[in-house]
Ligand binder design. Structure first.
Ligand code: NAP
Length: 517
């Protein structure tokens, strides 16, 4: 590791999962503290600034003395100037913290703008928060924290992109003492989950949605079941999905479940990167330069599939990906070299051919109607053309269909002409019928009665209206779920070189879509 990151491992035995308690009364805080302990928290942060009334010493002492066994307590009373809720005077604020220290709180969080002469006795977490952006003088602020006599450094700022999270993680590596360094908001999520890999003092997780004390905090359940918190250590390899939006991606659930089932020491994260090649490039440059991050693989989704192939260079991607002009998977070697593939086309062809019980080469000469001319249609048309199928492309925006058809030597027709379809195979590559418009179908039952095989790439819902009508019309049907499972399995196998747990992946997808397999 190139930046002395490994020295961090001696700083704390294990990163703490810290649950902020943001209840309005001391009594509710105590109940929540016990609930947090049952959920598996290591520490709680009592956010006294959320209390409706100033607590008495007796109340504080009762709260702290009634803690569940083994639970550490951080006392915090954040003023509004640092993003907290406390609006009272500074003397009262410091007095609450001093009382908490006296009553037995393990750590007292003090903002770095408080003069040292006012610090309560006890172990101090010296903190700085910026809820608006990453401070321009981040390093300077951090150096001050690290040089202070406080026990723990804490720096938290708003992220605009995951590379801000990488910067936060790097601070942990450079620190002389236990550190919390977090990038807030969805783009910063990586800093929260990987805190355990870099042996941060801790990370914060909300007891449930709505009880976050800062933007981007996952819940305890998400940390433990989705993001494998308890399994993360300094050897954990990092994977993720780049896209925007990304919050509802099923990929983290799918790949983390697959890693867990295979006993693979890896974690998979959502990485929100705004549209634009420059944003994609900036993240990739930062991630590859940070070799200590152990980033080994990326899934790429909308709107970055074309940016990804441009970043890697066509020479680092397979032949069909080059023709498609987009990749959805990157493997990163320990030396930072990159290889890209597109698992979408093979996923679609496998789904279709295994349902038809034919080999891909047997697609040659078969009549296929592809409806849609977007990214998925492009990957499928390229693959079908490769196997010499006879393709007709139908699209709402006819010029788009024409352009795609010209490139791959197919026929193009406007969407209205789908009424005339009588091809052996039909593939829907539009979003028609996708949740929430689940009653829509791009084709009628009458048209479908002239078709043999219907493949809907839409996977939410798994059984679309189109597939229901196709079944009624006696067609062989193929669900977008099969394609989704195949593309995820293809990524897993490309990264790890071992067979993917396909059944588990399918179950995870269907569970996420609330359907039992
Ligand atoms: P895209 O690039 O945005 O293309 C969308 C396509 O749908 C375009 O052809 C568009 O026509 C057409 N379209 C959208 N709304 C329409 C409407 N109301 N009426 C007629 N045509 C409409 O999206 P994509 O990445 O290709 O994704 C397409 C679909 O594939 C998604 O909806 C998703 O369900 C599915 N998908 C499946 C998987 C899987 O693994 N199973 C993976 C990714 C995506 P215009 O050109 O006229 O706009």
């Amino acid at each position: 590791m190139s930046n002395g990151v490994d020295s961090r491992s001696s700083k704390v035995a294990k990163s703490a999962l810290i649950v902020p308690l943001v209840q309005p009364s001391v009594e509710q805080m105590l109940t929540a503290m016990h609930q947090a302990a049952r959920m598996g928290a290591d520490m709680v942060e009592c956010r006294f600034d959320y209390l409706t009334n100033l607590p008495t010493y007796q109340e504080l002492e009762n709260l702290i003395k009634s803690r569940p066994e083994g639970i550490g307590i951080i006392a915090t009373c954040r003023p509004t100037r640092q993003g907290g809720k406390f609006t009272g005077n500074e003397n009262d604020r410091i007095s609450i913290l001093s009382s908490a220290a006296q009553a037995g709180a393990d750590y007292i969080d003090i903002e770095m703008d408080v003069p040292e002469s006012s610090w309560p006795d006890g172990k101090i977490i010296l903190s700085h928060h910026d809820f608006t952006s990453k401070p321009a003088n981040l390093q300077e602020i951090f150096n001050k924290l690290d040089a202070s006599r406080a026990t723990v450094n804490k720096i938290v700022f708003k992220a605009t992109s995951p590379e801000d999270a990488i910067e936060a993680l790097n601070l942990i590596g450079k620190s002389a003492k236990p550190t919390i360094a977090l990038a807030m908001g969805e783009p910063g999520l990586m800093s929260r989950i990987l805190a355990a890999k870099f042996n941060a003092f801790g990370t914060f997780a909300a007891m449930e949605k709505g009880l976050e004390s800062a933007p981007g905090q996952p819940t305890v359940e998400e940390m433990k079941t989705l993001y494998r918190w308890d399994a993360i250590n300094s050897e954990t390899l990092v994977y993720g999905v780049i896209g925007c939006p990304i919050a509802h991606s099923m990929s983290p659930a799918v790949h983390n479940a697959a890693f867990a089932a295979g006993g693979i020491n890896a974690v998979y994260l959502p990485l929100r990167i705004e549209a634009g090649g420059e944003n994609f490039n900036r993240f990739m440059d930062a991630a590859i330069a940070a070799d200590w991050l152990d980033l080994r693989g990326l899934s790429i989704t909308i709107p970055h599939k074309e940016n990804a192939i441009a970043y890697l260079g066509e020479e680092n991607c397979d032949e069909l990906s080059r023709q498609i002009g987009a990749i959805n998977t990157i493997a990163i070697a320990p030396d930072g070299s990159l290889r890209g593939i597109n698992t979408d086309y093979a996923a679609a062809i496998d789904a279709l051919c295994s349902a038809m019980r034919i080999k891909p080469a047997e697609l040659a000469g078969r009549e296929v109607a592809v409806i849609g001319a977007g990214g998925v249609a492009r990957a499928i048309v390229a693959a079908l053309a490769h196997y010499k199928a006879k393709i007709t492309i139908y699209n709402r925006t006819f010029q788009r269909a024409e352009k795609l058809a010209k490139e791959f030597g197919c026929l193009a027709l406007p969407l209205e002409k789908v009424e005339q379809i009588s091809h052996e195979i039909v593939i829907n590559c539009t979003s028609i019928g996708m949740f929430p418009n689940v009653d829509e179908s791009v084709l009628t039952e009458e048209v479908l009665s002239r078709v043999r095989v219907v493949f809907d790439t839409v996977y939410n819902p798994p059984r679309t209206r189109l597939l229901e009508l196709a079944e009624k019309a006696g067609c062989l049907t193929v669900s977008g779920v099969e394609m989704f499972v195949n593309q995820a399995a293809g990524q897993f196998e490309f990264w790890l070189g071992v067979p993917a747990p396909r059944e588990l992946i399918k179950k995870t997808v269907l569970d996420r879509l609330n359907i039992s397999s």
